[in-house]
Design a protein around this ligand. Structure first.
Ligand SMILES: *Cc1c(COP(=O)(O)O)cnc(C)c1O
Length: 492
């Protein structure tokens, strides 16, 4: 066995076998001490549940496993390597200051069972984060518990359902829009609701009439992604909120795109009843392969009684956890949520301040619109309007040259860049959804723009990309349909 790349014969680029292929009998990573307590006959105890044959697992030492995964990690593309313009995902730089604070021993050696006198500082951080998120949204209460955007949505829907139930009403319908994120109808279905979807108008905004058409007494709430997935701020949002409230239906705002509106607009001012944050997008906590999510929610007065417990409260400079809310929906996450993410978000907010946060959004909008201005004559913009932090293009102009959305995306990999989001949002055919974020320099944006231009004007669209990545283009259908879930050892 050697480390030569089988294809190129080079040994700078390591080829990597499966751990199963590397397995050698007797290899182990952890040694246990000799038994010094009476032996228990587990076979007798668990007879029925014991497997017939020993599980065949790869047998390897710790350094072999560590090297395997470390080598694989160098195959990955990451935000720390270059632009990562995935629309809707907000892949932006994670400031190292956040990491420094989150990794300090005072923070990461705390235990959730530590007595309350020892954890005052931690509770203060959580309390301050809640207060800051209240300010950002203009809403009166926040729960930090949900651990992802989609769990924030689900929690919000549980609150909405508790609100109606408390009034003795069972409402079974949630309205969503075709410009909403896919998690919106998914969360609503998970919470037991029927879903009615409204189509956006030609101009990319939800119209009042389309909401009126489906707004019955059975509607518990409407879920709107704002800014929507076309990158537009829903201009009728205030009137939509009013319409809903007249029928005692609530307005859920998917706030994953808050990166575009920090300090510029507040959901509390236009009538939102619940909104979830994605701390891992807007507030720079690492995500994707880099860390767990965090999806706090902010709510209007109506929903406060139902918020999850425990809630962090302050009295005369002392912090405590309050569990006594009889109408609460209970817990949605163990302990208090993904605390490590709170630290990073809190640190980010404190470092930037209100003024800084507004600049974040202004620059995110500026960067997206710079890309739009440089590419609008190259790529078609199916629904044009006032784009905020992201722009949705498609491949209509490339019909003749054959550079379809998928080919453009794969070719970008050969330019050393992560492709944008493709074929989403669904309301745009063959979408290429670009969100550069505010943390890209003009140089990096220009490299991206130039790469796209070079790709779509190059003659041969029949060349299969990527060519220079560790793996050439993968047969996606085969990969999805013919899963290899078992492994045959050589000696079997
Ligand atoms: C990312 C995203 C979500 C889902 O958030 P997760 O943290 O991945 O669960 C929901 N809505 C929008 C608009 C998003 O961009």
């Amino acid at each position: 066995m050697n480390y030569l790349n089988k294809k190129t014969g080079q040994n700078i680029v390591l080829e990597e076998e499966l751990l199963f292929d590397r397995s050698h009998k007797g290899g182990y990573g952890i040694g246990l001490p000799k038994l010094d307590v009476p032996e228990v006959n587990y076979k007798k105890l668990y007879n029925k549940n014991l497997r017939k044959n020993k599980a065949r697992l790869p047998e390897l030492s710790e350094p072999e496993v560590v090297r395997h995964f470390t080598r694989l990690s160098t195959w990955n593309y990451a935000i720390d390597l270059g632009i990562y313009p995935l629309g809707s995902c907000t892949m932006k730089h994670n400031p190292r200051l956040n990491e420094e604070i989150a990794r300090s021993s005072e923070i990461c050696e705390a235990h959730p069972y530590d007595p309350i006198e020892w954890t005052q500082g931690h509770l203060q951080i959580m309390y301050e984060l809640q207060e800051d998120l209240k300010k950002v949204t203009g809403m009166p209460a926040v729960s930090l518990q949900p651990s992802a955007g989609a769990q924030g949505e689900f929690t919000g829907l549980l609150l909405i359902s508790a609100y109606h139930r408390n009034k003795g009403k069972i409402k079974k319908t949630i309205i969503t829009a075709d410009t909403s994120h896919g998690t919106n109808p998914a969360s609503a279905a998970l919470a037991g609701y029927n879903i009615v979807q409204v189509q956006t108008g030609e101009d990319g905004y939800v119209t009042l009439d389309s909401v009126k058409d489906v707004l019955t007494d059975d509607v518990a709430a409407m879920m709107l992604t704002n800014p929507n997935t076309l990158g537009f701020f829903e201009k009728n949002i205030e009137q939509i909120a009013k319409l809903l409230h007249e029928k005692d239906a609530l307005l859920y705002i998917d706030g994953a795109n808050m990166n575009a509106v920090l300090g510029l607009s507040r959901p509390g001012d236009y009538g939102a009843d619940v909104i979830q944050f994605n701390l891992h997008k807007t507030f720079t906590t690492p995500h994707g392969g880099g860390g767990p999510g965090s999806g706090p929610i902010a709510v209007s007065e109506k929903l406060i009684p139902y918020l999850p417990i425990p809630r962090v409260e302050e009295k005369n400079g002392n912090y405590h956890l309050n569990y006594s809310f009889s109408k609460s929906i209970g817990r949605v996450k163990s302990f208090y949520g993904n605390y490590g993410m709170f630290i990073r978000a809190w640190c980010y907010i404190k470092a930037l301040g209100g003024e800084g946060l507004r600049k974040v959004s202004e620059n995110a909008i500026l960067n997206a619109n710079y890309i739009k201005s440089q590419l609008k004559d190259v790529l078609h913009i199916p629904v044009d309007g006032n784009h905020l932090h992201e722009v949705v293009f498609n491949d209509k102009n490339q019909k003749e040259s054959g550079w379809d959305t998928s080919k453009i995306a794969k070719a970008l990999i050969d330019y050393g860049m992560h492709p944008p989001t493709v074929y989403f949002p669904l309301c745009v055919k063959n979408a290429l959804m670009v969100e550069p974020t505010e943390t890209e320099s003009k140089d990096e944006l220009d490299r991206f723009i130039l790469s796209i231009k070079e790709i779509v004007t190059s003659k041969d669209s029949s060349v299969v990309h990527p060519k220079r990545a560790f793996r050439e283009k993968i047969d996606e259908v085969k990969a999805a349909r013919e899963l290899k879930l078992t492994y045959k050892f050589k000696d079997e």
